[in-house]
Design a protein around this ligand. Structure first.
Ligand SMILES: [Zn+2]
Length: 416
């Protein structure tokens, strides 16, 4: 096949749809604020559903408000091949996070329609409810209910800071669907592909348009409390101190070193710290802080955990007045996407002669839940400075078009 005969999506049409959706909830700084289950979310959903209907898709809404837009296949025995992401945003979000994956799916359908191409398997474009989790917790709510990560009632009972619950707000915007969550006509998806901006700096740094995503990092979050001895900063000589802040500073260095020891995929971050009594002439007696460890393998996460514990024990052994408590508060297992789907993404990039590399996802995505129930992979495209969850989030039209082309060919491989 020559490059002229390889099917391409319409990058201009994708871009103009992205820009039109971004007008709903547009912020003065060029971002988008379209929180889940608000009236703006309703307007965004209405626009998307209208586009789907124009493209000849039949739309169903499930009990948690997930939208599924289906294009029939020619073989009634086949399960659907799905594409999607989310269209809710952070309060100071951007135009591309989530929206790209949904509208890239729609663009794949529009391209097939324009060329009169049928697929054996049905195709579905999915918009998952409340991926961001900024108004209602838990995050990735729609995909979490769909895959059984938590119950429908748990999600429907979630309340925002004003006391409004998901159940009532779904009704209010007209998207409390009747289709049973987790059930797909004709059987669970044969494959699911999610295109997304990278939300990190790797692809831009390497000047590559496509990231093939082998999986998502597992996470262990800890609350750490270091207790020493408060004392006057003047009369207490250095050798006779039990400075909780000094121990905490050493642990921060060690968290960084532990992650570096498991490069390139491991991460270690101390993002929150509270110093008590936080007074400039008192030696800190108590320091509370967070540790966020991430890695692609559970064994690595376990090694990181042990390295942190061992280091803290060594500090306590060196200063018997020091106490260090470490409590794990969050655990997400690492997610490995399906080899077959990852290969399809890579093959599509090769077919299109697009430079690519493997990039693991450091963030959570709907695809991570969907991977529990269907063969799944993701496609990353670069975003400016690796920035997302920010009104300045930006991506290049040509990169978005290339990612959409990869999505098209990965989907075609599974649906033909
Ligand atoms: Zn997202």
């Amino acid at each position: 096949m020559t490059s002229q005969t390889i099917l391409h999506t319409d990058g201009d049409r994708l871009w103009s749809s992205l820009m039109e959706l971004a007008r709903i909830g547009a912020t003065p700084k060029g971002g988008v604020c379209r929180l889940a289950l608000t009236d703006l979310d309703r307007q965004g959903r209405d626009l998307f559903v209208g586009w789907c209907e124009q493209a000849g898709l039949s739309v169903r809404v499930d009990e948690i408000g997930n939208l599924f837009a289906r294009r029939a296949g020619t073989d009634p025995t086949r399960a659907a091949v799905a594409m999607g992401s989310h269209i809710d945003t952070q309060p100071t979000g951007g135009k591309f996070d989530g929206n790209y994956g949904v509208l890239a799916g729609l663009e794949v359908i529009r391209t097939l329609n324009a060329h009169g191409i049928d697929t054996a398997a049905p195709l579905e474009v999915v918009a998952w409810t409340n991926e961001e989790g900024s108004r209602f917790v838990p995050v990735m709510m729609g995909s979490g209910v769909f895959t059984g990560a938590f119950t429908l009632d748990h999600a429907l009972d979630a309340r925002d800071t004003e006391g409004l619950c998901v159940r009532d707000e779904l009704q209010a915007i007209g998207y409390a669907g009747s289709h049973k969550a987790g059930e797909v006509p004709g059987g669970m998806f044969a494959a699911y592909f999610e295109a997304h901006i990278e939300q990190g700096p790797i692809l831009e740094d390497r000047d590559l348009p496509i990231g093939v995503v082998p999986g998502a990092l597992g996470q262990r979050w800890y609350d750490v409390v270091v207790t020493g001895m408060e004392a006057h900063a003047g009369p207490t000589p250095m050798a006779l101190r039990h400075d909780a802040q000094l121990a905490a500073a050493r642990i921060v260095q060690q968290v960084n070193a532990i992650a570096l020891a498991h490069a390139p995929h491991a991460r270690g971050t101390v993002g929150y710290m509270q110093v008590l009594p936080n007074s400039r002439n008192t030696i800190p007696g108590t320091v509370k802080f967070s540790v966020d460890f991430r890695a692609l393998d559970d064994t690595v996460l376990q090694q990181m955990h042990e390295a942190l514990s061992t280091y803290c024990e060594s500090l306590v052994q060196a200063d018997s007045r020091l106490k260090i408590g470490i409590e794990q508060v969050v655990y997400f297992p690492p997610c490995h996407f399906a080899a077959d789907c990852i290969d399809s993404v890579r093959e599509a990039a090769r077919l299109l002669e697009l430079p690519h590399m493997d990039v693991v996802s450091g963030a959570g995505h709907d695809a991570v839940y969907v991977a529990d129930v269907a063969p799944t992979a993701m496609i990353f495209v670069p975003c400016k400075d690796g920035i997302s969850h920010n009104e300045s989030e930006d991506a290049k039209p040509e990169h978005l078009a290339m990612g959409c082309d990869v999505l098209l060919h990965a989907v075609l491989k599974h649906a033909r």
